[in-house]
Design a protein around this ligand. Structure first.
Ligand SMILES: [Zn+2]
Ligand SMILES: [Zn+2]
Length: 473
């Protein structure tokens, strides 16, 4: 009853009344029962009347609620539907996104709470009745009313409906939270995996899904477009505008899966990000490696994993200090596990270091354009010869194709180099291994998080699995 209790001045929403003040029309005759965590409570409201147009309002209606300031509005914590009403405190449990949380479980929990509370009240009631009878012993015959039956709870379906209402109430906040994601190292990745799963009326309405992520693995935006090119203009303009309005400085690097550079002048992509003139566009290294891998006869070839590992070694080098420290820690750890120190050769220690340990504790950097071109050229030449054959004598490469690919991709070796002034690693903590304190790092390079996101989405959308879907990496 905002008018009666707080003397809030409320206006008629009828446009002809031009904000005429409403006056009290007494209490509304209908009392609502509100579902709370462990019981129902009663809710009454006031009627408000416009003396000009004679229309009447209820204070629990949207027309009045929308006129309240935030502090007073949040005092009214009830979601009303046609038949039932619920207290926000009860529906809030659905906001928790943990395993197994859902409307069915919530109904179960509410039933438990309600029946316990009901029993307690019946207990109290009968105890009072007993006391009353004992005090009046012998004076007159006494009979008591039965305690009221427990009120039935609404179905889980109704809870779900109300929960979506709760979301609609908070839509602005949710939107604000989603669009408040920024980052200084961005990655952009496009896929057809998701649009291929669209079926029914939506089938064929979109071609690509493009997402932009940041160095923390958060997704800034995801859009569906009919073509990868022009469709992205609105998205980039929106991103530039988002940074500008929030006063956040523009990102420094953007990693992409294609259109990184052109022989001369700016690429379409660079023009599209015209709002960020300083942004440097880099080719994602994994995509670069995949392009070269297109020159193999089959990725089931015996030498394929070795080729990929050596490709990576031609591009990256480990930080020598980080690596030395990890080796020392591993050696200590193995000694503590009881392996005799004398038998621990460098090779054995290195073999015990896992890929995950390397990625967690050691930083990598690119080797520089000239170095990588020289190393890659050597690797391709070597594996094009007899060394590139498996036990059956089948070559790893299609000789003409790999040479052609290498000639095209050579120009992008400059595009995959780390930028000298952009730190790509953040220390996330330290870890004790064998008595040696090792730093743990998070790397901002690479678009693995986006690809995982796309993979997840594709699996999340129900539908028949696609025959030509490439496995997720
Ligand atoms: Zn009016
Ligand atoms: Zn390039």
């Amino acid at each position: 009853m905002p008018y009666r209790l707080w003397r809030v001045s409320l206006k008629c929403t009828n446009s002809e009344c031009v904000g005429h003040q409403l006056t009290s029309g007494g209490l509304h005759r209908r009392v609502r029962q509100v579902l709370d965590i462990d019981s129902y409570y009663n809710l009454v409201t006031e009627t408000l009347i416009c003396t000009k147009c004679r229309s009447s309002y209820l204070s629990w209606g949207d027309a009045v609620l929308q006129q309240l300031d935030l502090a007073h509005r949040s005092e009214f914590r009830v979601i009303l539907t046609q038949k039932h009403a619920i207290d926000i405190r009860a529906i809030r449990f659905l906001r928790e996104r943990t395993m197994g949380n859902g409307p069915v479980r919530l109904v179960g929990q509410l039933k438990e709470n309600h029946s316990e509370q009901w029993l307690q009240r019946v207990n109290r009631y009968t105890a009072e009745c007993m006391g009353f009878r004992n005090n009046n012993l012998g004076l007159q015959q006494m009979s008591f009313q039965r305690p009221p039956d427990p009120v039935e709870l609404p179905s889980y379906k109704w809870l779900l409906t109300v929960y979506s209402k709760d979301i609609l109430h908070r839509l602005d906040d949710i939107k604000a939270a989603i669009t408040s994601t920024y980052g200084s190292i961005l990655k952009m990745d496009s896929t057809k995996k998701i649009t291929k799963k669209l079926s029914g009326p939506a089938k064929g309405t979109a071609q690509w899904m493009t997402s932009v992520g940041n160095e923390f693995g958060q997704v800034l935006i995801s859009v569906l477009t009919t073509d990868e090119g022009n469709g992205l203009d609105a998205m980039t303009a929106g991103l530039v505008e988002r940074y500008r309005r929030a006063g956040v400085s523009p990102p420094t690097v953007l990693y992409v899966d294609c259109h990184c550079c052109k022989e001369a002048g700016d690429t379409k992509l660079k023009q599209r990000f015209g709002g960020w003139p300083g942004i440097i566009i880099r080719l994602d290294i994994w995509h670069f490696m995949r392009r070269l891998a297109g020159g193999v006869t089959t990725d089931a070839h015996q030498l394929y994993p070795i080729f990929m590992a050596r490709l990576s070694a031609c591009i990256f080098e480990w930080d020598a200090e980080d690596l030395a420290l990890l080796r020392r820690a591993k050696r200590e750890q193995l000694t503590k596990e009881g392996l005799p120190t004398a038998s621990l050769t460098d090779v054995i220690v290195d073999n015990c270091i896992t890929k995950a340990e390397l990625a967690l504790h050691c930083r990598r950097r690119t080797r520089g354009t000239d170095n990588t071109i020289r190393l890659l050229g050597k690797l391709i030449e070597e594996l094009s010869g007899p060394k590139g054959r498996d036990a059956m004598g089948v070559g790893l490469f299609e000789p003409v194709r790999i040479q052609h690919l290498w000639n095209i991709q050579k120009r992008h070796v400059g595009c995959i180099q780390d930028l000298p002034d952009v730190p790509l690693y953040t220390q996330t903590g330290t870890l004790n291994k064998g008595g040696v304190a090792l730093k743990t790092y998070r790397c901002a390079r690479g678009s693995t998080s986006l690809e995982s996101f796309h993979c997840h989405l594709a699996r999340f959308i129900p539908g028949s699995p696609l025959h030509n879907m490439t496995p997720c990496h």
